[in-house]
Design a protein around this ligand. Structure first.
Ligand SMILES: Nc1nc2c(c(=O)[nH]1)N[C@H]1C(S)=C(S)[C@@H](COP(=O)(O)O)O[C@H]1N2
Ligand SMILES: [Mo]
Length: 420
């Protein structure tokens, strides 16, 4: 821990010396002396703190009470078929805490007593089976960190900038570590017949959310998960068990999963015909657009998180992810795409997981046009919004992975804009 901190510090100083010849420390912190916050004994150093019995289940400090999921009132006419958003501007690293992982449900979040939970496998199998939660936990368990992005993330921005905050433009994403079992292991127990090429995944909620999944994907990396970040799934994220479909659109990650049917063709369910398809300009709809392509966004600064320290050393940070595997690089521009700089990726670079990037620079206090652009290892480069519209038209809602622009003024305030 202290070792890695030390080496970061060294490289930071070296980088600064090479660039400007001055010590960064002098421009970041005040010279010691005169500050009562360090000179005086503070009240919390004069009294005893809470005992270990004060917080049987720990909650964030009261000073972080504004770090919450939020919704957009005009999108949330009915709260049981709605969505709230991850506060991306308040988070760092790559893991989304369970209490802040956005929720999307079509018929409300339900509470299934774990002893009443059942998962059935039927259809083109040698032996239809019903699993209890305990049965599922007797298969080999795996731990995997994956992002889940709703296909509609940034969907309100198709025709132009609309929502002033990264929480609202990009917050339909979370990235957690799942513990669960491989779908291929439980399917093998039922024995998939050779004509079994598709899988219908069905939820146990009143929405009966159901999607057709090709068998190759089901047998590749899909999981039935019962833990997120080490503890039981939260009710709103599918307790006691959900489907994990790495790199693919969120609506396929069926929560409260109750049934898997093996078939020889897709089922053409509502959620893959009238919804979750992309109507092109010529009237043809793209269907089965499962994969989430490479995307990135700057989370700080952003409209909900202005620069408050004035000019000088500034840290830009953001997130990048790709359903194609791993992010190979992120570029950042301060001037709306005239000059691009290589950002520094830090934290784990895992398959189909969120990546964290940073770009440190000396802000001269002049307005900025900030953008980030992700690349993945397949050579794919995140497109501009105009490039996306040229191919997809303007009818779309889903799969908007266009480059986001924040205009930062000389006060450090950021606004959602588009440049072309
Ligand atoms: N059973 C069920 N599963 C569901 C849904 C639902 O309404 N019911 N919503 C889907 C959609 S559209 C998304 S984006 C993800 C959201 O997962 P989360 O609530 O963990 O963020 O769950 C998917 N799985
Ligand atoms: Mo979704």
């Amino acid at each position: 821990m202290s070792e890695s901190k030390g080496s970061t510090r060294r490289s930071f100083l070296t980088g600064t010396l090479a660039a400007g010849g001055t010590l960064a420390a002098a421009s970041v912190a005040k010279a010691a002396g005169g500050d009562p916050a360090i000179l005086n004994v503070q009240p919390w150093a004069n009294e005893l703190g809470d005992g270990v019995d004060a917080h049987p289940y720990g909650m964030p400090t009261r000073y972080e009470s504004k770090v919450i999921r939020r919704n957009v009132p005009w999108l949330t006419a009915d709260p049981v078929s709605s969505i709230n958003f991850t506060p991306l501007h308040d988070l760092d690293g790559i893991i989304t805490p369970n209490g802040l992982a956005f929720e999307r449900h079509h018929a409300g979040s339900i509470a299934i007593p774990p002893h009443k939970y059942r998962l059935m496998i039927n259809g083109l199998v040698d032996q239809p089976l019903v699993f209890t939660l305990e049965d599922l936990k007797r298969f080999p368990r795996y731990n995997k960190v994956y992002f889940l992005e709703c296909a509609a993330n940034s969907g309100m921005e198709w025709r132009g900038p609309q929502l002033n905050g990264v929480q609202f433009t990009h917050g339909m994403i979370h990235n957690v570590m799942y513990t669960g079992v491989m779908l291929r292991d439980i399917l093998a127990e039922a024995g998939v017949k050779t004509e079994g090429k598709w899988l219908l995944a069905e939820g146990g909620d009143a929405a009966g959310m159901s999607r057709s999944i090709p068998m190759e994907k089901a047998l590749d990396d899909c999981m039935i998960a019962f833990k997120m970040n080490g503890e039981a799934l939260r009710a709103e994220n599918g307790y006691p068990a959900r489907l994990v479909v790495p790199g693919w659109e969120g609506n396929m990650w069926v929560k409260w999963i109750r049934r898997l049917e093996v078939g020889d063709q897709p089922w053409e369910q509502r959620e893959e015909t009238s919804k979750y398809t992309d109507l092109l300009a010529n009237g043809v709809a793209r269907r089965f657009t499962w994969q989430m392509d490479a995307k990135s966004v700057i989370t700080n600064p952003s409209p909900q998180a202005p620069i408050t320290h004035g000019k000088g050393r500034t840290v830009i940070t953001g997130i990048a992810w790709t359903g194609n595997g791993v992010i190979s690089g992120v570029d950042v521009t301060l001037d709306g795409g005239i000059n691009w700089h290589k950002a520094r990726i830090d934290g784990s670079s895992l398959d189909k997981s969120m990546h964290r990037f940073y770009y440190e620079f000396d802000w001269d206090g002049k307005p900025l046009l900030l953008q980030s652009r992700a690349h993945d290892t397949t050579g794919y480069v995140q497109p501009t919004k105009d490039q996306l519209r040229a191919i997809r038209g303007t009818n779309s809602i889903y799969h908007n992975n266009g480059i986001q622009t924040w205009a930062v003024n000389s006060e450090g305030e950021a606004e959602n804009v588009e440049i072309s």
